[in-house]
Design a protein. Structure first.
Length: 199
């Protein structure tokens, strides 16, 4: 909860409504229902900012439950091979604050915000975490050697994103080319940036 949101609640007369939301919908940890929800997700939207506050939002996806809840205050997700820019990770080393947005477009049409502080750990450091045997086996089975490193998040806030504006989508099978450098599979120059730079 920021000073800015409280200021605007007073300005626009929503303080009472917001207080009810804080009281009834917000936790500083993940409860059982939130943990179960995360375990079924195949994607998450992530927001980070650098030390000057310049923002970046991005998307991560993986197999079902690729974001793993270690305990009610901690979760981790794998970083797979990408474009090498390291925008999100670069922000994290300057500013650990991170926002995650899980949205179920396919069954319940509901969202879950998780805000916290992130840090980067290497694959070899996973053993330093107190991972359950179930999580260790799940990582071995589903991840193999795909993760290049991991992001660990200490949770500050977790709360609902209401369903009223979330569309119902239909999920269809698509072959995923994990870690590929094939330009066609990555989308190529879909937005014609190379051409735009020549103009």
């Amino acid at each position: 909860m920021s000073k800015g949101e409280h200021l605007l609640q007073e300005r626009y007369g929503t303080t009472k409504k917001a207080s009810t939301f804080y009281e009834n919908q917000m936790l500083n940890y993940l409860n059982e229902q939130m943990t179960e929800f995360i375990s079924k997700q195949v994607m998450v939207f992530i927001a980070t900012a650098d030390s000057s506050g310049n923002c970046d939002s991005t998307f991560r996806a993986g197999s079902v439950g690729f974001v793993r809840v270690i305990d009610k205050k901690t979760l981790i997700y794998p970083e797979y091979k990408g474009n090498g820019v390291m925008a999100s990770l670069g922000n994290i080393i300057e500013n650990p604050h991170i926002g995650l947005m899980f949205i179920d477009f396919f069954e319940h049409n509901i969202g879950l915000h998780v805000n916290g502080k992130a840090s980067i750990i290497e694959n070899r450091e996973l053993t330093s975490l107190k991972l359950s045997e179930k999580i260790i086996n799940d990582i071995k089975e589903k991840e193999g050697n795909r993760p290049e490193r991991w992001v660990i998040i200490k949770i500050d806030e977790a709360y609902i994103h209401c369903s009223k504006h979330i569309p119902m989508l239909k999920q269809i099978d698509k072959k995923i080319y994990w870690g590929t450098d094939d330009e066609k599979q990555k989308g190529g120059d879909f937005f014609k940036v190379k051409h735009s730079k020549k103009v």
